[in-house]
Design a protein around this ligand. Sequence first.
Ligand code: HEC
Length: 256
Amino acid sequence: MLRSISKIAATAAVFVTLGVAGTVTAAEKISPPAQDWQHAGIFGTFDRDQLQRGYQVYSEVCAACHSLRQIYFRNLEAIGFSENRVKAIAAEVEVAGEPDSDGESTTRQGKPFDRIPGPYPNEQAARAANGGAYPPDLSLMVKARLGGADYLYALLTGYGDAPQGMQMNEGMSFNEYFPGHQIAMPAPLSEDAVEYEDGTSASVEQMAKDVTTFLAWTAEPELEERKRLGIKVLLFLLVLTAMTYALKRKIWSDLH
Ligand code: HEC
């Protein structure tokens, strides 16, 4: 009797411990609040002006540390930049060229067929410049993180002071939404960090929204195409169903 009571107590203790552990991890993970995204839903499309603002934020702020290697400069025509503008944008970066006749490596101006490079020649250089942390390529980031665009937006706007008593490691910033709350990326956005060409006021929230939308596009440039095709297929099936039904009624009408 005594033994079974102690057994029950032990089991209860295990459950209580598990429960506590469960709440601790739940508190660690704060899910990002859902935002209204214009590209969400089956009829969702990207706003070209917003994509261009997002590219501006990427190129003037994020490109100081992050690459966008799945995207070629020429892809930017899809967000509304003219061919000449794309050429000019590409020409602003320096990329590795062919080795010269002595075998020495050379650099040349970027061309529309180049990928959008990051600022560092290799991962070691990137880590050395960022206190050991690696600024990941951002092309597919919206797809690579749980919470997608909502998470990216929350991350970019989630900086603040560490709560009292929290021990921060050197060079780390407090971020409410980063797992563990210590991130090696200093808050990248501050009010008016960019001056938008279209006159939109550049609040931190606005820039975060624009650059996240742009990164949702880089992760899925074919999104609109896919939705358009989906809607066409649905319409086709609808018409086909109606025609088949009409045909069925016609054939069976003789038999009634
Ligand atoms: C000064 C360099 C620097 C700048 C500028 C910068 N980042 Fe970062 N970023 C980093 C570093 C370093 C990390 C890795 C952080 C870590 O692992 O703690 C990072 C990580 C990230 C991550 C991944 C977070 C995760 O969940 O793993 C995202 C997304 C990101 N940055 C987006 C951006 C965007 C968008 C901008 C521009 C608005 C930007 N970064 C500007 C250095 C930078």
